[in-house]
Design a protein around this ligand. Structure first.
Ligand code: PRX
Length: 654
């Protein structure tokens, strides 16, 4: 196992041609090791999904029609009824697996709680009864504003059990964001906690919820989990302690039979402007696709796997791949409350070792952070239990991919780079680890049953080169709409290219047919008439041994239209020399071409990120162009912006 820094120079994203076939011993035990699923789906897509729906789920009433498609409206598994919590819990208990661990939960301070499937079913049933007692009925929306504690999946499953759609609002959002989402959904009940642990301290939620509630009128009751003992203010009559309500609740709560197309949840995601969009996901199709993708992309063997998705349930990744996919498949999962660097930078690797994690799923931004912290944090731990490593959320630069492969996976674990969106509900473009020959930086090919195609500006298919990523056929877990805004649904996703779902991403197909998702189209800049991906330039920068992380934006330039500006975090062990900026500019010129050379390289201690870890390029663009900063309320650390502004105004490192 060699550190990628000391190995051969890593090619920039554009030139990456290395391939990694599935290791023979992995393939020998894999659920699929040939193209049969692709062939089956190609031959008859609807029959393929119908088979998955019937094999992976338990239906109360079988469906009679696989798909009703009236563009842009899809109904999957029409006439079928089922209950999601029953699929996640009851049937595993009935099958004799009640004693199997569903979640190994670990709090940030190190406290642990273990829930078997039988225990989880009891908790969910009790809380479902609590919700009913509070007047929640089928169809009522319930808002969840919680830390990463077991009560969060319990509350989600309780909602699903009684047919009340949930709307989870990420615990890092502000009270304004919470109020907007409560109001848009007209939620009846809010479930929250006093606080959750982050970086060693309670990070409060209830006070923010109280502020939000002053601006909302639909909430009748608030249920509060006492996680940190911070003694929040409780409003008489409205606010109730979780533990008080649960004390007398019965564990008997029959699951409601839901129509396949009944709303399972709303999840709000930002658009380019205005109010966040309440993305609607329904029952049968959603659960089929998340169960299918979870099972086959992670090659799940429920008897031996310990699976860990290190995301937050406040985002779609957590909904689909911490809660609904893994529980439907009856696997044992790890769930963690806090930050990855408490008490030390090796917290996650310590947990992988202690729980014997076999499948691990995280984001490129996290991987680059681990790179920054250095491999000594990893090497202290025995990670030999790991079998598959996943990534999601943004393009992964080949350098980070190789680091993940070598340092975390010991060159043994297939890497599954999974492209999907809040709107798609489940994975869309990803390898099957026993089948696909992977290539660093690309999510490879559309999964069986999914049809992705690149098109040019006029909507003509592109067989090789750059284009816009579109989906040409409806898929089971597709969004069914935007809550309360039908027109915005049509305009945002179905109007740019006739007859196609437009994902908003730019991509390219290389000569070998690999799909490279390059990022949102507004992250693609035009320099002298040449389209350049910020991701491509970032990859080039990160491939330099002195760079830990980089963000590139296009600033307006009177001559070239746009010109790249690079913000760079230097690796901890690198000595910063006066000419480093120039060295990096030349490095980019060498990796991609002189046209991609950043005008300025600004050395920064941190990059401004949203709480989900996405780099806020809009903000960097504003800094680059000397404008006033826009809305920074979703910044992980507002101080970072000032620092960047100061450095940028100082000319950076020209
Ligand atoms: O731009 C793509 C990027 O993340 C966007 C979706 O973001 P969100 O709805 O927050 O969901 C993230 C988790 C599913 C996409 O439009 N994206 C996501 N995964 C990848 C990716 N870009 C490249 N490669 C990926 N694997």
């Amino acid at each position: 196992m060699s550190d990628s820094q000391s190995g051969a120079a890593i090619e920039a994203l554009g030139g990456e041609t290395r391939t990694f076939p599935p290791p023979a011993d992995f393939q020998a035990q894999a659920l699929v090791s040939d193209r049969s699923l692709y062939e089956e789906a190609d031959a008859d897509r609807e029959a393929f999904w119908a088979r998955q729906a019937r094999e992976l789920l338990t239906w109360r009433t079988d469906f009679d029609t696989v798909l009703e498609w009236e563009l842009p409206h899809a109904k999957w598994f029409v006439g079928g009824s089922l209950n999601v919590s029953e699929n996640c819990l009851d049937r595993h208990v009935q099958a004799g697996n009640g004693d199997k661990v569903a979640y190994h939960w670990e709090g940030e301070p190190g406290d642990t709680r273990t829930f078997t499937y039988a225990e989880l079913l009891d908790e969910v049933s009790r809380f479902a009864n609590v919700l009913k007692d509070l007047g929640v009925a089928k169809g009522d929306r319930v808002c969840l504003y919680m830390p990463m504690i077991p009560e969060l999946p319990i509350a989600m499953l309780a909602c699903a059990r009684i047919g009340a759609p949930h709307s989870v609002v990420f615990g890092g959002f502000s009270s304004n964001a919470l109020a907007d989402r409560i109001n848009d959904a007209e939620a009846k009940v809010l479930i929250t906690a006093d606080a959750g642990y982050r970086r060693g301290e309670p990070s409060t939620l209830k006070p923010a919820a109280d502020v939000a509630l002053a601006d909302t009128s639909s909430i009748e009751h608030v249920v509060v989990v006492d996680r940190c003992g911070t003694d929040p203010e409780m409003t008489e009559g409205r606010d109730h302690w979780w533990h008080d309500l649960m004390a007398d609740a019965s564990t008997d709560c029959p699951a409601e039979a839901m129509d396949s197309e009944d709303l399972l949840y709303l999840l709000y995601t930002s658009g380019t402007t205005g109010m966040p969009k309440g993305i609607m996901h329904t029952t049968g199709g959603y659960l089929t696709q998340v169960a299918f993708t979870h099972k086959y992309v992670f090659d799940i063997h429920p008897d031996t796997d310990v699976y860990w998705c290190a995301a937050d349930i406040g985002w779609v990744t957590g909904h689909s791949y911490i809660v609904y996919g893994p529980l439907t498949n009856g696997v044992t999962s790890v769930m963690y409350e806090g930050v990855p660097n408490h008490p030390g930078n090796d917290r996650l690797w310590d947990m992988v070792e202690r729980y014997g994690v076999t499948k691990f799923y995280t984001a490129p931004t996290a991987i680059r952070t681990f790179m920054k912290w250095g491999r000594q944090e990893v090497d202290r731990h025995d990670l030999s239990s790991l079998r598959v490593l996943g990534t999601v959320g943004e393009p992964i630069n080949p350098e980070a991919w190789i680091w993940y492969h070598e340092v975390i996976g010991a060159e043994r674990c297939p890497i599954v780079d999974t492209w999907w969106q809040t709107e798609t509900g489940g994975m869309m473009i990803a390898p099957l680890p026993g089948v696909t020959t992977t290539r660093p930086g690309t999510a490879t090919h559309a999964l069986p049953g999914i049809s992705a195609e690149l098109v040019d500006d006029e909507g003509n298919p592109v067989a090789e080169g750059g284009g816009y990523l579109t989906i040409t056929e409806p898929w089971p877990s597709m969004l069914r709409g935007i809550w309360g805004d039908e027109q915005r649904y049509v305009d945002t996703y179905w109007s740019r290219f006739e007859g196609r779902y437009f994902a908003g991403d730019g991509a390219k197909i290389d000569p070998d047919g690999y799909l490279w998702v390059l990022g949102r189209v507004d992250d693609v800049m035009n320099v002298s008439g040449h389209r350049l991906s910020t991701t491509e330039i970032e990859s080039a920068l990160v491939s330099h041994p002195s760079v830990a992380e980089a963000a590139v934006v296009g600033a307006t330039d009177p001559t070239t239209g746009q010109i790249p500006i690079a913000y760079v975090i230097v690796r901890g062990d690198v000595e910063v020399t006066d000419d480093l900026g120039e060295v990096l500019r030349q490095h980019v010129a060498q990796e991609i071409g002189p046209i991609a050379k950043p005008r300025t390289v600004v050395l920064v201690p941190e990059l401004p990120k949203t709480r989900s870890g996405k780099i806020m390029r809009r903000l960097l663009r504003d800094v680059a162009e000397g404008r006033d900063l826009g809305d920074t309320t979703t910044l992980a650390d507002a101080g970072v912006v000032d620092e960047i502004k100061t450095r940028a105004q100082g000319g950076g490192d020209e």
